[in-house]
Design a protein around this ligand. Structure first.
Ligand code: HEC
Ligand code: HEC
Length: 164
């Protein structure tokens, strides 16, 4: 009888354990966080990081990515995005504090577009290769070409519109 109870317990716990693993390993652990955008925004980040593209929500990348990116702003994807040391400290603190809280995997890519979650959500089935090359899109980093609410970190399905 006791042994039967133990076996039943194990059987009951098994599916839970399997599901938990699956959730943790989603996108090989390279998952974006929740929420993507904190309720309180940092004005220096909002100003300095939206000069050339949208200010990408901090939850899109893990803390280590933001640290790396912020320590190389003078050579930022071919652009000079330098800020003063104080501004750098302030922006880094904001990004790190609000970075992805679901990133359990290895690696700290500098690009959102190189993360596993991004590649899965934008598979060739969802976005055919030719779409990325359209003049209206130009670059996968140009989120707002398809996500009208990208600057507010709104990527919900109902606000997606892929331009022709
Ligand atoms: C002087 C212009 C400029 C400024 C200012 C700037 N960036 Fe960028 N950023 C770029 C360019 C150019 C790219 C590459 C875009 C592309 O590949 O289409 C880029 C790309 C990025 C990417 C990668 C996007 C991807 O491909 O997933 C991140 C993340 C990023 N910037 C963060 C920041 C942050 C944080 C700040 C503020 C500290 C900032 N940027 C300020 C020019 C700038
Ligand atoms: C060429 C158009 C296009 C561009 C550019 C684009 N996306 Fe998307 N994105 C899509 C489509 C289409 C989907 C819907 C995929 C699906 O239905 O699962 C999507 C899905 C998403 C989702 C998941 C939404 C959800 O509810 O599951 C997120 C988050 C996202 N994109 C973020 C980004 C970010 C961040 C960028 C820029 C770095 C970006 N996207 C650039 C077309 C685009």
């Amino acid at each position: 009888m006791k042994r039967l109870r133990v076996v039943l317990w194990i059987l009951m716990l098994l599916p839970g354990a399997v599901f938990a693993d699956e959730r943790d390993d989603r996108y090989g652990g390279q998952d974006r966080g929740r929420p993507l955008q904190p309720a309180r925004l940092n004005p220096t980040w909002a100003k300095e990081c939206s000069a050339c593209h949208i200010a990408y929500a901090p939850g899109l990348l893990p803390a280590e990515s933001w640290r790396k990116l912020m320590s190389g702003l003078d050579k930022h994807f071919g652009a000079d995005a330098s800020v003063t040391p104080q501004e750098n400290q302030e922006i880094t603190a904001f990004l790190v504090a609000n970075a992805s809280n679901r990133w359990t995997g290895a690696g700290a890519p500098l690009r959102i577009t190189e993360t596993q979650w991004f590649k899965r959500k934008h598979s060739a089935e969802e976005v055919p290769a030719a779409v990325w090359k359209r003049a209206s899109v130009k670059s996968p980093a140009n989120c707002q070409a398809c996500h009208a609410g990208a600057d507010r970190a709104d990527f919900s399905e109902r606000s997606i519109k892929v331009p022709g």
